[in-house]
Ligand binder design. Structure first.
Ligand SMILES: [Zn+2]
Length: 301
């Protein structure tokens, strides 16, 4: 019998954005990082964005799994808000191995190009809040890419298989979830959202949103008991309702696109339907992307 695995979820602070959205100051969504651990070893799924957030995470890992060694960090998808903390973790665990699918690695590379790194991430979080680009590039070159067949591709923690499941376009392209059958756990990255407004800035067509719905079907078919959303409110139980609520939000967005005439009405309608979700500013980019002819919402990010 392999050692019994257990899991804990950390929810990051919300970083203030250096720009205003719709004329108002705003905070980025909270980010979840899931620690899966056995008797001596641990694997983390996703990191936060900034150095200080990741230092807080490192302290939490040491308090949560003392005397265990962080061997792996699995990255669910390439967006910087799920991987920019890697260099900060490396300083604490020099031997850790970062694992990701080929699609995620390609996407991470794209995020480090000047258009997205400077145009988005360093605009939102300037002045050394994020790890240096050289350190991020070095980490990219060290990632262990999960390849081969049969699918799903996997890595092993204390004799337990952890499966990378490719689910296609959700809130961005080439996303994955991590399935841990022995825990009946899915760590869903941004395929599943908790009580946080969903990002449709890239899921900007009915076809891409339909792909996101199919991804939710794929996750549901894994028959997990626990589904951890990539952005969630701290304290929310990681239940299957997260899948259902993510699906309903997409369907409601699709209806709202059909019955509104511009991005302002669309954003207003989503905030009317979901007054309690965190980060209403997240919907602005999705609304602008759904009505690209209507102009930008006051900022390019
Ligand atoms: Zn995200």
């Amino acid at each position: 019998m392999p050692p019994i695995l257990q899991a804990d979820v950390y929810v990051s602070s919300r970083l203030p954005l250096a720009i205003k959205r719709a004329g108002e100051p705003s905070l980025f969504s909270p980010i979840s990082c899931t620690l899966i651990h056995g008797s001596t070893d641990a694997a983390l799924v996703d990191t936060p964005i900034s150095i200080s957030q990741t230092e807080d995470l490192a302290a939490w890992i040491k308090a949560t799994a003392p005397r265990k060694s962080l061997r792996y960090v699995y990255i669910t998808h390439g967006h910087g808000d799920h991987c920019f903390g890697i260099p900060t973790l490396r300083a604490h665990w020099p031997d850790l191995v970062v694992v990701a699918t080929a699609g995620t690695v390609a996407h991470m590379r794209e995020q480090l190009g000047p258009a997205i790194l400077e145009g988005t991430w360093l605009t939102l979080f300037p002045n050394g809040q994020i790890a240096a680009v050289d350190d991020l590039q070095r980490e990219l070159s060290l990632v262990q890419t999960l390849t081969g067949s049969p699918k799903p591709v996997s890595f092993t923690l204390e004799d337990h298989k952890l499966h990378a499941i490719e689910v296609g376009h959700t809130d961005t392209h080439d996303t994955t979830v991590l399935h841990v059958p022995s825990l009946r756990l899915v760590v869903a990255g941004d395929a599943v959202y908790g009580d946080v407004h969903q990002y449709f800035g890239e899921a900007n067509t009915p076809a891409k949103r339909a792909e996101w719905l199919r991804a939710l079907d794929t996750i549901e078919a894994l028959d997990a008991q626990t589904v951890v959303a990539g952005h969630k409110r701290a304290g929310t139980v990681d239940g299957l309702f997260n899948l259902r609520k993510t699906r309903q939000y997409i369907l409601d967005f699709e209806d709202a696109v059909a019955k509104t005439k511009d991005w302002k009405e669309l954003a207003g309608e989503m905030q009317r339907i979901y007054p309690n979700r965190i980060n209403p500013h997240a919907i602005l980019r999705g609304a602008a992307a759904a009505f690209p002819e209507g102009g930008v919402v006051g900022a390019k990010v």
